[in-house]
Design a protein around this ligand. Sequence first.
Ligand code: CTP
Length: 407
Amino acid sequence: MNKSMALIKNKKILLGVTGSIAAYKSAYLVRMLVKAGAEVKVLMTPSAEGFITPLTLATLSKNPVLSTFTKQENGEWNNHVELGLWADLLLIAPLSANTLAKCAHGFCDNLLMATYLSARCPVAFAPAMDLDMYAHPSTQENLKKLKAFGHHIIEPGEGELASGLEGKGRMAEPEDILEEIEILLSNTQALKQKKVLITAGPTQEAIDPVRFISNHSSGKMGYELARVCRNAGAEVHLVSGPVNLRVPKGVHFYGVHAADEMYAKAQAIFSGADVTIFVAAVADYAPKSVSETKIKKKDDELSITLRKNPDIASALGKVKKDGQITVGFALETDNAEMHARKKIESKNLDMIVLNTLQDSGAGFRYDTNKVAIISKVGEKVNFPLKAKSEVAEDIVNAIVKLMDQKV
Ligand code: CTP
């Protein structure tokens, strides 16, 4: 579970579960939503109860599961209007072909349907059905209708289906659903129509076919920035060295290894970018020559001659045009502020994000970071230790502020 789900925190989510084998994934979905800080209430259609028990979903959501118009024990009304008004988002996942057809045509034969018709919040659907059912013109027409109503469809994936057939129709994975919800709930459009280029992760400089020089960069900060910029409406281009992270949805992704490769990719995108954030921990040096065969163990000592890599931030800083914003990162161990300010000058940056390895919980591999943002004009803002997702938001807010000043 990544920690970038700040937008989901404290959100009230109504999850409608319908009769599909994918209902088992709803348990994971509820758990992830609750973990991300959402308040979740589950509504089930009668046929969904054949696939997963209300007890499971009630336990995971920490709320009673609702499925009927009245509570059996005392006849009290389950108020669908109130539920519809309570929610920040109605998510129907899995969405069966039957419930899809009912939503498209306004049927109201169960509590979920009544709530759907009463809801004023955004509505998202994650269809799940067999490939032929999904491909049927009737299903496709109904999906078109839901889109025309302004609802959001979370596309099903392709793969093995419960029937044993292979094709499109399996419900999107809970992780993907969470990300789509995050985009849906993001209400800032501060970077709308802006192109953002981000370099992230380490670079790997080959020594021979099996060895390389690299560093401890996890890529987390860059990926969080990509996510936050995407949520703010930007077209994001992420050029990343090898890391073990999920690529944020909706982001243009370019996987690279060596600094030369990262430079070439970044250079190709840079001229059209409104904002470029250099987060990558680029190796400053690379082996001068790469051995074509594995270097064998011989003498007691081995020397490898290194040559300087391109400084991507500095090279692109030289061709930067008016109106383009560039942001760098500096990880320093001594005289941090002085070094950071020097880098603003030498790399022609508008802003630099400074972190030091001395702060516990900050830097490589951690999910948290403690930074100071220093601007070209000399302003310095210190931030406390925070989740990298929140640090990314602070950085993006500072960029937006700078853009507003430049206009
Ligand atoms: N950077 C880059 N290309 C390089 C080296 C650094 O684009 N070859 C970028 C980093 O992504 C970061 C900034 O420059 O945004 C500063 O990186 P850092 O490693 O701190 O600076 P260096 O210039 O390499 O200086 P030094 O290692 O001597 O501190």
